[in-house]
Write a protein that binds this ligand. Structure first.
Ligand code: NAD
Length: 248
């Protein structure tokens, strides 16, 4: 029996990167996959095809995770299309880095909306479904930066710390209904997000990693699969750092 057989997973921002890798791993473990991203583009279509080729039901939905009304609508559609939602991964995220003295209000607001408010939007819409089912696993994609802070990323760090506290609070609110909530805090993972960093910044990060390699998307997908599955049925309200032992 596969680890996620019979489960439906909803993953936000999963047309590429870490979210896509989680979708693929979940599908390999037998879950049907509903995923969102900003647009119905070639990435979304390719991800949908790749997932279907793994023999599961898979559908991508264009939806801005930062938008409350759009989220309510898309979760309603997913419930109709898939019947139930057992796993929610709040993965959509962006960076808009800058030192506080130079950070604009727009930079602050955008990162908090996409990274943190989105998780409120999705948890708020999905919880009633999970409560009726009396089971569910919620995973917030945080960051080591949300645990340790990082100069030049105060907006991002605050949003990721918020995702950790949100998971811990939800774990306490709905644990009695059989619903678990946890956070993953990735370190430096090779994706489009980190490829965009200047070389000197990438080198500086590499020096902080005792395992002497950057993380791969599969490193995160493996932990997400563990947290989504019954293998972790007694783990809730935790944040798991997946960072090669990084010294921040
Ligand atoms: P990525 O940029 O490759 O992928 C992010 C995806 O989210 C994209 O497909 C993007 O279109 C989508 N997205 C952005 N805004 C959205 C919105 N408003 N609504 C819906 N979808 C939206 O990034 P990634 O590296 O795969 O990161 C995934 C998550 O992991 C993010 O939350 C990120 O903060 C977190 N993370 C990444 C790293 C890393 O090193 N890459 C480290 C720690 C945490």
């Amino acid at each position: 029996m596969k680890l996620l057989e019979g489960k439906v997973a909803l993953i936000t921002g999963a047309a590429r990167g870490i979210g896509k890798s989680i979708a693929v791993k979940f599908a390999q473990e037998g879950a049907d996959i509903a995923f969102t991203d900003l647009n119905r583009d070639e990435n979304m279509e390719a991800t949908e095809k790749e997932l279907e080729a793994l023999g599961v039901k898979a559908k991508g939905y264009a939806s801005n995770a930062a938008d409350f009304a759009q989220t309510e609508e898309v979760v309603g559609k997913i419930k109709e299309d898939f019947g139930h939602i057992d796993i929610l991964v709040n993965n959509a995220g962006i960076t808009k880095d800058g030192l506080m003295m130079r950070m604009s209000e727009a930079q602050w607001d955008a990162v908090i909306a996409v990274n943190l408010k989105s998780a409120f939007n999705f948890i708020h819409a999905v919880l009633p479904i999970m409560m009726r089912q009396r089971q569910g696993s919620i995973i917030n994609m945080a960051s080591v930066v949300g645990v340790h802070g990082n100069a030049g990323q105060s907006n991002y760090a605050a949003s990721k710390a918020g995702l950790i506290a949100l998971a811990k609070s939800i774990a306490q609110e709905v644990g009695s209904r059989g619903i678990r909530a946890n956070a993953i805090a990735p370190g430096f993972i090779e994706t489009a997000m980190t490829a965009a960093l200047p070389d000197d910044v990438r080198k500086e990060w590499a020096l902080k990693i005792p395992l002497r390699r950057a993380g791969q998307v599969e490193d995160i997908a493996n932990v997400a699969t563990f947290l989504a599955s019954d293998m972790s049925s007694y783990i809730s309200g935790q944040v798991i750092q997946v960072d090669g032992g990084m010294n921040m």
